[in-house]
Design a protein. Sequence first.
Length: 150
Amino acid sequence: MAKSQATFSKKENEKKRLKKRQDKQEKKEERQANKKSMSLEDMMAYVDENGNITTTPPDPKKKKVINSEDIQVGVARQEDIVDEDPIKKGVVTFFNDSKGYGFIRNTETQESVFVHVNGLKTQIKEGDKVTFEVEKGQKGPTAVRVSTVK
């Protein structure tokens, strides 16, 4: 006679699965039995003048009238800021010849600007006074057309 294919663990797993299904069915029937019918008014929620959710409707006397023309959707465009003098002066604070990049500190704004060897007109080293122009790079402002000042 052949041995049954169902092992003890398979039988246990089947029992657990059936028990879980039965429990789920019982919970469903219990929810349906205890189901309360809610009216639309019971389900409504309102927002008060402070932005809090409440169950009481707002007072119609406190209603504010707003013109649709006064509503601004989006952000107002900023006009492009144009520098009077695009050529800036600065001092090289760091420059790595082997890697080909460094930083220049603007003498007017004290901001640090990235510089790459591709943006150089002349060779620079740390401590050099330079003139440069700023352009938008991949990760922020980048100094280009950098040349030393004698």
